[in-house]
Design a protein around this ligand. Structure first.
Ligand SMILES: [Cu+2]
Length: 123
């Protein structure tokens, strides 16, 4: 009888340990799903903000896109299995905005409203 109780206690303990291990594994998996990156996107005003952030709206794999008018810093969260940082920066360049690594085409930049024609970084 004593032996049985010992086995039951051992089994319950083991189950608890197993459940905990599963949970930790799940957490690790969840963390790996999204990647956060911060980089510079050049721009001027609130209209720029709408255009920059709008370029990533409804884009598969992007869960957060936030540009700060004061600091020119762009924060993105995305699923790297669905989209790359390179592709994200290209989408921003496609609507006229230079980043630290990707340059918009001159004709797209020239078509931005006057107030949005930010000072471009030297290339
Ligand atoms: Cu603007």
């Amino acid at each position: 009888m004593k032996k049985n109780i010992f086995l039951i206690v051992f089994a319950i303990g083991f189950m608890g340990f197993y459940a905990n291990a599963q949970e930790q594994n799940h957490e690790a998996h969840h963390k790996a799903e999204f990647k956060k990156e911060v980089f510079t996107v050049y721009g001027n005003c609130g209209m720029c903000e709408r255009t920059i952030e709008g370029s990533l709206k409804n884009v598969d794999g992007v869960v957060l896109a936030d540009w700060d008018e004061e600091t020119d810093q762009m924060t993105v969260s995305f699923n790297p299995e669905v989209i790359t940082l390179d592709a994200i920066k290209q989408k921003i360049a496609d609507v006229g905005y230079d980043s630290d690594t990707h340059r918009a085409k001159d004709e797209v930049y020239n078509n931005l409203p006057g107030c949005c024609q930010y000072e471009r970084p030297k290339n």
